[in-house]
Write a protein that binds this ligand. Sequence first.
Ligand code: MEV
Length: 441
Amino acid sequence: MIAPIVGFSKLSKNKKIEWLVNTYFHSDEAVINTLKKYWNSDEKLQKLHDEFIENTISNFYLPLGIAPNFLINDQLYVIPMAIEESSVVAAASKAAKFWLDRGGFKATVLSTEKVGQVHFMYFGSTEKLHNYFNSIKSALFASTKHITQNMDKRGGGITDIILRDKTQELDGYFQLHCTFETVDSMGANFINSCLEQFAKTFEDGAKSFEAFSEKEKNIQIVMSILSNYVPNCLVKAEVSCPVNSLVKSDSIDAEEFANKFVRAIQIAKIEPYRAVTHNKGIMNGIDAVVLATGNDFRAVEAGIHAYAAKDGRYSSLTHAEVKDGIFKFWIEIPLSLGTVGGLTSLHPLVKLALEMLGKPNAKELMQVVAVAGLAQNFAAIRSLVTTGIQKGHMKMHLVNILNQLEATEVEKKHFINFFKDKTVTHSAVVNAFNAHKTAQA
Ligand code: MEV
């Protein structure tokens, strides 16, 4: 049985690796080599990455791809995407090119409100609590002046604090529901610092609020934390064109394509099994840009999926219609992003990603990310209702299968050519590869 280790975090990086390899890999030197192969030879750069998190033993690579030709609000963008899944970047690029010829994408930020809450328990008169809240509200703002100074200067700050009675759902449970404007930063640290100060001021102030009984003075703070649900931090992106310009070739009728496309969206609206996969495809685009630009993709994921269920049933994040001969396709999503703070100026590739986007502010980045999601969904639905998804996807995945088979560069070239007019499946590639090897032997 493996014994727990004490003081692991204090060990040097090499000692941590030594412990890992001795304990879980039978002291296999090859494991050490693999881990070290991914260390950067630039020691300063490696140290920077080591210190992003704790107990770092190596770097975990993801490819950084770019999707050019994105026309967004009449400006041409190249979009950076960090993702491991083949065919996502190709699909984005294809959708970008498609809409480039049809007027491009239009994107608008609808709102930018961030949220944080102080959750507390109070057992007493609700009226007295409301009176207390009204009496202390300005002190709550004042007590955070030292935290909000810089944000105020940048045009942000605390926009409101309201008292919410949640006792219908949980006995004694109330909240200070606080809203913020954090301008170009995602604002997590700012919001959490403000909330913790509110909690302290609110808890302390109750002790000297005369109308409270001794029991009522004892407000119990449970926790203070931002919310990743930001339904009032919304961005919309859309594309539209005449139905008859939707397809180029005669192989498919434009009207039939448009109707099938709209039908696919309707299905994702009413069928959660489909909606989850539909939205997963959207997140292929969104997460890749969020990650490349150093933002928190877990926060974005959680907030967007909650938004997809806001009407009581998990549903599609995109919408489509055909009206008066015009096809329109759009997305509306909550996005809390930053272009300053966090990793944005720390991670060299994040910095580069933001630079290739023209150093956007947070609102511009929201627009780019929403467009990436919409483009990804367009590409997926287009394939799904016409050729099927596997044709394009497996063509892109072919290289991964060949790499698994340890094909040489010459063999890869040969098989990419060989499968040009054939259906790619895992077994078809393995069989063809093995036959080729046997013939060579
Ligand atoms: C695969 O990563 C994403 C898709 O399944 C999305 C969809 O079905 O819409 C192709």
